[in-house]
Design a binder for this molecule. Structure first.
Ligand code: FES
Length: 106
């Protein structure tokens, strides 16, 4: 069992336990364990409502073209990712992410 820390849009901090590939993505783990209004496009990289920022830890995985195109709209931000494109793998263990939500940024 691994864990990831999530800071929600209200600033509340949660430690979420997960097994690798328990959900399709980090977004689904967040939606299914804490109340967050995200995922308008249901993981298609179109909406940005699932945007999160890495605030602690090291995480790197390939950013696919569709995700990069959406992230390019927020080029002033650093370390942001679309949580719908982050798989639940052991590489996420002990990382901390803040929920951003593109609707609050624009
Ligand atoms: S759910 Fe829309 S971009 Fe992730």
């Amino acid at each position: 069992m691994y864990s990831v820390i999530i800071i929600d849009s209200f600033g509340e901090i949660y430690e979420l336990k997960y097994s690798p590939n328990e959900y399709y993505s980090l977004m689904e783990l967040i939606i299914n364990t804490i109340v967050e209004d995200m995922g308008d496009c249901k993981g298609r990289s179109w909406c940005g409502t699932c945007m999160v920022k890495l605030v602690k830890g090291i995480y790197s995985s390939a950013i696919l073209t569709e995700e990069q195109l959406k992230l390019n709209e927020f080029s002033e931000l650093e370390y942001e990712r679309l949580s719908c494109q982050i798989p639940l793998t052991k590489e996420l263990n002990n990382t901390t992410w803040k929920v951003l939500d593109s609707r609050a940024i624009i």
